[in-house]
Structures are given as C-alpha cells and as structure tokens.
Design a protein around this ligand. Structure first.
Ligand code: C5P
Length: 391
C-alpha cells in the first residue's frame, strides 16, 4: 500500500463551491490529507469555517494571513503537497493560470508549485463554450495540467449543457486515479462483473445474487493503474467506473458473445461475473399464466466463458473467482485446475455478496496466499498487484 497522499484543495468563486464540502469529507475518508485554500470570492459561496471544520485544518484565503510558520504561504502551503486540485475552477481563474498571474494566494501557490496541478472546471455553458475559454483549456492541457470534466446537465443558472463541475464522488475517483502508480500502462484488461439474468417469460427470470461491486472495483482500480479496461457488465445497479469502456450484457449468452467479440488482443481476462450455469430451454413470448398446480421449466447448460478462453491456444492471463459456501479452498483449487486458470480468487460467498468487503485467498502455481477481510477496493488493488508480479 502506498503512503497517504496530501492535496491542496483550491476553491475559487463559483456556486459549485458547495460540492467541495462533500469532496473534503470523501478525500479525508480515503486517507488523503487536505489543505484548503480559498479565493476571496469563494468565501461568498461557502465559508472558510465550514471548510476548516471538515478538513480539520486552518483555511487560508489572503496573501497576508498570519499563521504560516515562515511567513511564505505561497511556497509553504504546497511544499509537502502531492498535487493541487482547483475545484471549482472558474473561467477567470483558468485565464489567470494560463498567463502565470499571481495576484492572490491561490494563484501564487499555483505559480510557485512543484507538484502536479489538477483542475475541475465549473461555469455556465456559454462561458465554457466561449472560444476564449476553449483556447485557455487547450493550452492548460498542453501545459500538462489535468482537467477533470466538466460534466453536462442542469446548471445553477437554470440552463442545461456542458460546464457544470463533476460531483464529489467523481472528483474523488479522478484524484485517486491520478495518485495510483501506472503499473498497467499499455496493458489491456477485460473484466466481467455482476449477475446474469436468464429470462423465463417477458417479466420473469433466473438470476444470481451479485451486486457487481467486486468486478466494478477491479475495473476502476485497473483503469487507475493505467490499463485500457473493458467491463462487460451483467445486471448491476452501480454507476460506470471512470475511464472504463462498459458494455452491458444481461444474459449468459449475451455475455459470452460480448466477451468473444472483445477478447482479441487482451493481456488479462478476469471473470468476476456470477454467470448462470443454466438458462431456460425456451423463453415464453407471453407472460406464463397461473393455472396448473406445478410448472416445470426445462433448463440447458450455458457455456463457460472463462474456461473456454483459458483453454484457447495463447490465452490471455486468465483469472477466475470461486465463490463457495463450503470447502472454499478445496473447491477453488479444483476449479483452477479444471478451467486451466493462472490464478483463482477464493472467497466465502455468503459474507461477500452485496458487501463492501471481502476476504480472499489467491491460489496460483506457487500456492495459496490469504488476506484479511478488507474493502473490495483494497482486494482489487491486492489482486492486481499480485497479477502484475506474476506477469
Ligand atoms: O464454475 P463456476 O461458475 O463456479 O466458476 C466461477 C468462475 O467462472 C467465475 O470466474 C465466473 O465468472 C466464471 N464463469 C464463466 N462462465 C460461466 C460460469 C462461470 O465465465 N458460464
């Protein structure tokens, strides 16, 4: 695990400043240390007191604020920072950054920094679409400044379009992606996730209990590590991870076809989806009416996507999940051999389903490696780092 990161969060004067209260809470919960610096106009939208209470640190606004040890706030505040994030970043502040102006504490900090600068634009759609703003953002990108967003949707001014700041959860995801070492740069990963749904008639189906949390976490962390990730998702209510290509496939057959269409050139294939082993022989065109005392549904075996890929000549590095309710390690070991997998992740199914946490044992040619129960995001990091070592 890496050491905790530290971030200077610069807030400029836009209505989206209210979202930074939640952002600070999420950053701190993710073990990212936050030092807030605000422009004078940002304080009209959200108070320094709010940000101080949430970040647990004094908030700085003016160049001449007392309280910085050596009296050089423009250098001292970002000296130990791993990055500066400006959120919201107004059109005016972008113009300032672009010209290297330094007429307040935040712009001076940005000019004097020796760490990466990240910006989350927030403005009305006309301001965003203005050629001057577009020119400025093109130049910022050319200066190696990372731009997160903007999003599209309803704006505080009542209009709808491009320019609104990303939400706190999305910004957290971008910051985490920024801080993650790129050990999978140039690697391609295909991941299946979620449950499949096998229709019986137009309103009924057979499914598995799977939230998709483990597969989605793997897709997000792999993308954060620099991989080009395709996520083939069965049924899941989770929102799409950032920087990931997502393809929806609800039945086992659709998932099989989507995986086969996308498997060429993949370096790694991880089957996390809870794929239904059987599907009804026939799907009724109309809703089956309740009449007879009993009803028999004939099922046929679905194809095993993972086993088929692992048994190809020159397969990608194949990883499976074995969710078992008893004899977890024994069954997982047998499954790894039967499917010819490089690695299998064994977990006890009842405590894992729907939970944000999982307790796993990784089984490969070198033996078993057990890990303590931890968040699915941590499990994803552990698994991907392990795969990287084996590769
Ligand atoms: O055989 P079992 O379903 O227990 O194996 C679980 C592993 O195989 C998981 O990685 C799952 O995603 C994958 N699998 C698959 N296609 C199937 C059934 C399982 O890819 N039809």
């Amino acid at each position: 695990m890496q050491k905790n990161k530290s971030l200077v969060l610069g807030i400029t004067g836009g209505i989206a400043a209210y979202k930074t209260a939640e952002l600070v809470r999420l950053l701190i919960k993710s073990n990212i240390d936050v030092q807030v610096v605000m422009t004078e106009s940002a304080t009209k939208f959200i108070t320094p007191m709010t940000m101080q209470a949430l970040s647990g640190k004094p908030v700085f606004v003016g160049m001449w604020d007392e309280g910085i040890d050596n009296g050089m706030p423009h250098i001292e505040l970002s000296r130990h920072a791993d990055a500066i994030l400006i959120a919201p970043c107004t059109a005016e502040f972008v113009a300032k950054l672009l010209h290297g102006r330094a007429d307040d504490l935040l712009s001076t900090l940005c000019l004097a920094r020796d760490c990466p600068l990240l910006v989350a634009p927030a403005m009305n759609k006309q301001m965003w679409g203005n050629p001057a703003t577009q020119r400025n953002f093109t130049q910022l990108a050319a200066d190696n400044i990372s731009i997160f967003g903007p999003g599209n949707g309803e704006q505080a001014c009542g209009e709808t379009g491009d320019g609104r700041m990303l939400g706190a959860t999305e910004l957290l995801a971008y910051v985490q992606a920024h801080f993650t070492p790129k050990i999978f740069a140039n690697k391609k990963l295909l991941i299946t996730a979620g449950a499949t749904l096998e229709m019986i008639d137009p309103v009924r189906g057979i499914t598995n209990l799977s939230s998709g949390k483990m597969g989605y976490a793997l897709a997000q962390v792999a993308a954060d590590m620099g991989a080009k990730v395709t996520l083939v998702s069965g049924v899941s209510h989770l929102s799409a991870p950032i920087n990931v290509t997502i393809k929806h496939a609800s039945s086992a057959e659709m998932m099989y076809n989507t995986v086969m269409d996308n498997i060429a050139d993949q370096d790694i294939f991880i089957g996390v989806a809870a794929v239904s082993d059987y599907a009804p022989n026939e799907v009724a065109n109309q809703k089956i009416k309740k009449s007879a005392e009993s009803l028999t549904i004939q099922l046929k075996r679905n194809k095993d996507i993972l086993a088929e890929i692992a048994n190809r000549p020159n397969p990608p590095f194949c990883v499976g999940f074995a969710a078992e309710s008893e004899n977890v390690i024994e069954y997982a070991t047998q499954k790894r051999i039967a499917k010819k997998l490089a690695l299998i992740v064994a977990n006890e199914v009842i405590s894992a389903i729907g939970s944000d946490e999982n307790q796993v044992t990784l089984i490969d040619d070198n033996g078993n490696h057990s890990f303590q129960r931890t968040s699915k995001v941590n499990v994803a990091t552990i698994l991907l780092e392990h795969i990287n070592k084996l590769l």
